[in-house]
Design a protein around this ligand. Sequence first.
Ligand code: SAM
Length: 473
Amino acid sequence: MCNVPTINRIYLNKNLQTYFIDELHGITSGEQLYNSLHTASPTSIRINPNKIDYGLQLPQVLWCEQGYYLPQRPKFTLDPAFHAGAYYVQEASSMFLEHIVKPLATRPLKVLDLCAAPGGKSTQLISLMQRGSLLIANEVIQSRAHILSENVIKWGKSNCVVTNNDPKDFGFLEGFFDIVVVDAPCSGEGMFRKDPQAINEWSEAHVDLCSKRQTRILHDIWDCVAPGGTLIYSTCTYNQKENEDVVAAFLQQTGAECAHIPLQQEWKVVEHEKNGAVCYRFFPHKTQGEGFCVSVIHKRDGKEFVPPRKTPKSVDISIIEQKNRLHYSNLITDESIVYERQKGVMWSFSKNYRKLLLDIYAHCRVVHAGIPLVETIGHKLNPLPGLAFASSFNQTILPKYEVDLPTALRYFKKEALTLENLPSKGWIHLTYQGISIGFVKNIGNRANNPYPAAWAIKMNLQPELMWSIVEYR
Ligand code: SAM
């Protein structure tokens, strides 16, 4: 089932070794860090509590309730539960976000995840946020924004929007967000162990370029943080130029302050303070995870959000009026609104943010918002594949059919399926180990498979490598 963990040979030139020792002086031992780069990189996942509502028989990530370590790195592509959004493969150190956000998530929050692809932090935020919250997950690179959208749709909540914008484009939401997460593009020193290729892309000039870009991003988005709100800044790099120095200069320019986060000693997370910047640092020779650094910046005052007086006219969506919504009301179990984007394609979205949705569509390149519902053709409603992943999908409306592991993978490979003893003709709802995975249309001799080609498994389905996380139940 699993690949044997590989220990990557790391070849750092002498200059880089010295650089580490200099950069980490007074924080941790650069030599010990260097030596730890020759050890195996742990594999960790975070479960989606809406889909896996039981604990796994695996060692837990100390700072994240839903995080677990796997003994080896399996072929995630060959687990149906992975495609169904039942868990996310996330680096353990970065799961520390839970420890920061949990105490803030005691009320509904408005959150912006500004540099969000492929979606590790966004899916974690969704799991932490209370009912009535909103997440805008943004990614500036278009191709990556689509991967983010897939991961967010599969996580299955109706209160998330995925946008493909530059940080500057969020000016219309001045003073709006309780939390903004900037998981910044960086020089990636913390990834050297996992991905030695990152070493070839590293240079001191790149570090300088990254620190300038990080500073620009923080300034571009600062106005969007509500007074009393929180900006969470993180990187996966070790040097101080992209961490302490970026944060300290930002505090000086804005008058903001860093917050202190309580830690447990056995986590071995290092708190380092420099010129007012408080950074929480993860080193592979101390914690079971890769390199990571995070600061929590508190905004004391600033402009409050003022909702626009007029709803923008030219938006490319139309919200279905309540009286016509009945047609779709039994598809989902929550009280979301229904809106049409392309002709006949219906989506549902959290009803608390109806007006804001129009505003976001007017100002942003929206990749998706909420839950895909159905495509209407005449009087027929064809369920969209993404509906199957939604926590609010009303699973009583279609006949259900449980498939085995190879069949579930063939569904995710977009193959036409031949399923025995199907309960009826027409649309059938497929589950694997009770987890909702999708729909097929039974036409008699075979079942047609509408799974999106862009999401489909590309590799061969090797039976000997098939597995599932549910085995750790
Ligand atoms: N938060 C993500 C997660 O947990 O899965 C990882 C984010 S990654 C460290 C940084 C992201 O910032 C990348 O997806 C990258 O495309 C994006 N990015 C690159 N340049 C950017 C810029 N100028 N402004 C905003 N985001 C940028």
